[in-house]
Design a protein around this ligand. Structure first.
Ligand code: FAD
Length: 289
């Protein structure tokens, strides 16, 4: 099923994200987590793609398992910046062979020391979107950044590139995580004003352990509100309490988003079925079947 049909249904939907194992010996345990996440009936499950080998080779396999065995729509991520165009074409071929209908078209982070522009590589997601459009009948999503992408000098410039990317044929956007919903509302106002009309799925990260936070800040420079920092200060050294508080904080964000008319929300569940289940239990009277 194409995800865009779900996004337009007017019902409240929650989706989850998993990432493939870094090593083959972890493959079965990731599949087990995926199977458990599927039991909470998400609207879809997305599977990340590790830029440049590593976790990338299992993305198509896991996305296929979700869609074809578990009968839950899957969204396969695909990055392009550290692969040749020929390698990207090969992955697209596999996606088609497995009947994967939904792809999140991404550039990926530029590997250190890599020079651009390069003849045989895409420099921006837009090149990948064009290739996917001419390669098959995919439902296509793209990434967006409520606080601006780290490489953009201004948010205005980032939104101008986002508009070009959407106009190329995206069906929806998923946002980078954020911990203050006002940032999302402000961003939505700006992109709607810029003429971007596709559905936007806010990406919510339940922070369930202290070490996640350092990674988040160093990777994306995400703003951490005082309310969030107070939760981490108080519960960060008690793993069980931090998990409960992290799920509660994320649930609170989700309820506020739904109350403000946003029906489709993506949860960065990070291969944690217990987190997916806890969030769905908190929303049991709110989420539509
Ligand atoms: P782009 O849309 O190409 O944008 C990248 C930068 O280039 C931006 O600053 C943009 O403003 C600028 N830009 C765009 N077009 C142009 C142009 N024509 N000229 C000049 N500048 C331009 N990474 C992974 O490796 N694997 C994943 O599975 C993954 N999943 C993600 C899921 C989500 C929802 C998000 C938000 C991010 C994800 N990422 C993933 C991270 C992502 O790959 C990085 O943030 C990457 O740096 C940018 O990817 P993009 O597709 O947004 O790039």
């Amino acid at each position: 099923m194409k995800i865009r049909e779900k996004l337009q249904s007017g019902k409240v939907h929650i989706s989850f994200e998993v990432f493939p194992p870094k090593t083959d010996d972890k493959y079965e345990s990731v599949l087990k987590a995926v199977d458990e996440i599927a039991t909470v009936k998400p609207s879809f499950i997305s599977v990340t793609y590790g830029a440049g080998g590593g976790t990338s080779k299992n993305t198509v396999g896991i996305a296929s398992h979700i869609q074809n065995d578990l009968k839950v729509p899957s969204l396969a991520h695909l990055t392009c910046v550290s692969s040749t165009k020929a390698e990207v074409r090969e992955v697209i071929k596999k996606l088609k062979e497995e009947g994967i209908e939904n792809v999140l078209a991404l550039r990926g982070d530029i590997p250190e020391g890599m020079e651009y522009p390069a003849e045989d590589k895409f420099q921006h997601a837009i090149g990948l979107i064009e290739l996917l459009k001419e390669s098959g009948d995919f439902c296509l999503g793209g990434a967006c950044y409520p606080e601006g992408h780290v490489e953009s000098a201004t948010q205005k410039e980032d939104i101008r590139h986002l508009k070009e990317k959407v106009d190329c044929g995206l069906d929806f956007l998923t946002t980078q995580m954020f911990f203050d919903n006002h940032i999302l509302y402000n961003f939505l106002y700006k992109i709607r004003e810029a003429g971007i009309t596709v559905p936007v799925l806010p990406g919510i990260m339940p922070v369930t352990n202290k070490s996640q936070i350092k990674r988040i800040c160093s990777l994306s420079g995400t703003y951490l509100p005082e309310r969030f920092k107070a939760v981490v200060d108080r519960f960060g050294d008690n793993p069980k309490a931090m998990r409960q508080a992290g799920v509660a904080y994320a649930t609170d964000q989700v309820i506020d988003l739904i109350a403000n008319g946003i029906n489709n929300i993506h949860i960065y569940s990070m291969n944690k079925p217990e987190v997916a289940r806890a969030i769905m239990e908190n929303l049991s009277e709110i989420v539509d079947e």
